[in-house]
Design a protein around this ligand. Structure first.
Ligand SMILES: Nc1ncnc2c1ncn2[C@@H]1O[C@H](COP(=O)(O)OP(=O)(O)OP(=O)(O)O)[C@@H](O)[C@H]1O
Ligand SMILES: [Mg+2]
Length: 273
């Protein structure tokens, strides 16, 4: 795992580098001594079981939580992300799992939500043009930017949330479970979208419980377990190896089940003339 990963790790300065990040909530250690690098034009999947610390890590990077210790280096400079607007202004955008869109407002209003009152306030036409441009860059399939979010599908909503996160031209975007609530076709759309964001040269951190999605789009897979780093893997890693790193057991319910099915399959195939 480590030797192979070192050889395949992308070269060059990472856009984001975490060293020894820990986060305690009272007596609970949500994160312990986390190291993580993300490069420009790279999708890093962050995987781990429930409670592994994924969302906590995203919130530390989004400026929602302050780390108890450790350093964050962004674009070559050590930074303190004291609140969400600091993270955003530096170029770290987050699409939280709940998306935080306003159902009754249209696509344009949602993309500019909270930004309308800026000193460089845009007029409605300019905002509409900018919204279309963002969505076109993502080759997004949205029927109209003047329809309310309530009438969009799950995948289209995810698209609007991603477009909104790109408004301030970030260098890093974090997506918490972007495909969790989506069907097959919509998942494929969102994965394409993530590739387009990567191809624009952004660093991407994607949290997912779906190993198929992770394998389809990630350049590297970073496993957290009980708040600690538990290995860096590549999309060709076997399911069993990934599950082992995630659960911390070489023998576990998932791998036993997979093994049983494999044996049954072989038996069936062996039984055929
Ligand atoms: N605000 C908080 N106060 C106290 N404990 C917290 C807080 N946020 C998270 N934790 C704890 O930190 C640990 C990591 O939680 P976190 O939400 O980061 O996990 P996760 O990997 O995102 O899990 P899931 O896959 O279920 O979303 C858990 O034990 C959780 O109870
Ligand atoms: Mg979470």
């Amino acid at each position: 795992m480590s030797d192979a990963s070192d050889q395949r790790a992308p070269s060059g300065e990472p856009v984001l580098s975490l060293k020894g990040i820990s986060k305690h909530f009272g007596a609970v250690s949500a994160l312990t001594d986390i190291n993580l690098d993300v490069h420009a034009g790279e999708v890093v999947a962050l995987v781990g079981d429930n409670g592994a610390g994924k969302s906590t890590l995203v919130k530390v990077l989004a400026g929602v939580h302050q780390p108890s210790s450790g350093t964050i280096t962004f674009r070559g400079k050590q930074v303190t992300l004291s609140d969400p607007s600091t993270a955003l202004d530096l170029g770290i955008a987050t699409v939280f799992q709940d998306l935080a869109l306003c159902e009754n407002l249209d696509v344009v209003a949602n993309i500019f939500l909270g930004r309308e009152m800026s000193p460089m306030k845009l007029d409605e036409t300019a905002m509409e043009v900018r919204a279309w441009t963002l969505l076109n860059e993502l080759a997004a399939r949205i029927p109209s930017v003047r329809i309310p979010i309530a009438s969009l599908s799950g995948g289209q909503r995810q698209t609007v949330a991603i477009a909104r996160s790109l408004l301030l031209e970030p260098k890093l975007i974090m997506l918490d479970e972007p495909t969790a609530a989506l069907g097959v076709a919509q998942t494929a759309e969102v994965l394409n979208l993530i590739e387009r964001v990567r191809d624009k040269g952004l660093g991407v951190i994607m949290i997912s419980h779906n190993m198929e999605d992770v394998r389809a789009v990630a350049d590297r897979i970073v496993v957290l377990r009980l708040g600690r780093n538990n290995g860096i893997f590549y999309p060709d890693t076997s399911n069993q190896e990934l599950v082992s790193a995630i659960t911390g057991a070489t023998e576990n319910a998932v791998s036993r089940r997979a093994g049983r099915r494999q044996a049954q399959q072989e038996q069936r195939e062996g039984g055929q003339p």
